[in-house]
Design a protein around this ligand. Structure first.
Ligand SMILES: NC(=O)c1ccc[n+]([C@@H]2O[C@H](COP(=O)([O-])OP(=O)(O)OC[C@H]3O[C@@H](n4cnc5c(N)ncnc54)[C@H](O)[C@@H]3O)[C@@H](O)[C@H]2O)c1
Length: 358
């Protein structure tokens, strides 16, 4: 039985407490938050858990085998490294950290201590995203051209990180997963309206090998809630609307071009307006699937798909995008980089990146 401690009981943490409390192979033994009110709120709902105000107390009292960190992003590195140093398995909410340097250290520490380092890229555990990946791998959409996404709402406004760091990790993780590669270059522009130091609206463009592109529009200053991702292939196109009943819709639409010809008059494009269909997608709660995968990886000694390296890859894009954002939208190149030591879990080192402004 894996003993789990959950740290950070604000907006998101209670969802994690609920999910981990529903499994047979683990038990939420302790919860931790600096706020006594949050602790009392959870304690009243889950009387069996031990509430702890101080994270170091949680570690020192040998209450848990694994910790789940759902505190603000700026605290992730400190809490995760302390937990790994205590030989605990660690689940960190997205993004793993604000900097790739910190992600590298966490990946190295997890490898050194032989512990699972798991990152909360929850959409990689969602059935619609897995269905999209299935369609892409089966060649249903043809050669992918671009993916675009919109993650908009009125709030919740963050005080510690921009909309880029708060919202875009979801879309970045999905696009890297669906395209199966890291971008070579990113550009990002945005607007800081409510607080001059924090961008409320961001537009991120990622350029991938093979003339592919990923575009992400995130905002917490929008009247309309949208969670939309469009995948355009040269054969078919698919739309994932996370707010719709039927989440994936595949369109047999496209534009066909004849082979290149020297005779300009012969060049004619034809538009294809075929039908559309909604493939069956198994209903499951992504967060619960994600929590179950963390426990499974601990029990089976498996490497999670959303491991520290995956967390590093998403942070590498955020870091580069942030540099671009502050430069007013200049392109920022992501350089291939090897992680320290034997920490990469046999993943392609070329897929790991570091931001360099061009
Ligand atoms: N996967 C998702 O869809 C999703 C959704 C929302 C938030 N998140 C992530 O969850 C994390 C938390 O977000 P939130 O919206 O719940 O934030 P929040 O501000 O509502 O809650 C954070 C909580 O952490 C506590 N805290 C802060 N520092 C602490 C420390 N050192 N020790 C103990 N407790 C501490 C605070 O008292 C607060 O209760 C962030 O990383 C965020 O990106 C993920």
């Amino acid at each position: 039985m894996i003993r789990v401690g959950i740290v950070g009981l604000g907006y998101w943490g209670p969802n994690l407490v609920r999910c981990f409390s529903e499994f047979d192979n683990c038990k939420v033994t302790a919860v931790c938050d600096q706020s006594r009110d949050q602790l009392l709120r959870i304690k009243s709902r889950y009387p069996g858990v031990i509430p702890v105000e101080n994270f170091s107390t949680l570690l020192d009292r040998d209450l848990v085998d694994a910790v789940v960190i759902a505190t603000p992003t700026a605290t992730h590195f400190e809490l995760a490294s302390k937990a790994l140093a205590h030989d605990l398995h660690v689940f960190v909410e997205k993004p793993l950290s604000k900097s790739t340097a910190e992600c590298e250290k966490l990946v190295a520490l997890a490898a050194e201590r032989n512990r699972v380092l798991f990152v909360g890229h929850v959409f990689l555990h969602s059935a619609p995203v897995q269905k999209l990946r299935e369609l892409i791998l089966a060649g249903e959409l043809g050669n992918l051209t671009y993916i675009s996404s919109r993650r908009l709402n009125l709030g919740p406004v963050r005080k510690d990180v921009s909309a880029l760091y708060d919202l875009a990790p979801h879309d970045i993780s999905m696009m890297l997963y669906l395209l199966g590669q890291q971008p070579e270059k990113v550009t990002c522009t945005g607007l800081a309206h409510l607080n001059p130091a924090i961008h409320d609206v961001c537009n991120l463009t990622m350029h991938f090998k093979g003339n592919k592109m990923g575009m992400i529009h995130v905002s917490w200053l929008d009247p309309h809630k949208e969670r939309l991702l469009t995948v355009v292939g040269d054969k078919k196109m698919a739309v994932y609307d996370d707010l719709a009943q039927e989440k994936i819709k595949v369109y047999d639409k496209g534009i066909d071009t004849p082979p290149p010809s020297s005779d300009f008059a012969e060049f004619q494009i034809s538009y294809r307006y075929g039908g559309s269909f909604c493939p069956w997608v198994q209903e499951k709660e992504p967060l619960k699937a994600e929590c179950a995968d963390f426990i499974r990886c601990i029990c089976e000694g498996d490497i999670p798909h959303t491991d520290g390296v995956n967390g590093y890859q998403v942070t590498a894009v955020l870091e580069a995008a942030h540099v671009s954002l502050l430069s007013g939208g200049h392109p920022v190149q992501l350089q291939p980089m090897r992680l320290l030591g034997e920490t990469t879990n046999d993943k392609d080192a070329a897929a790991q990146t570091k931001a360099v402004i061009k």
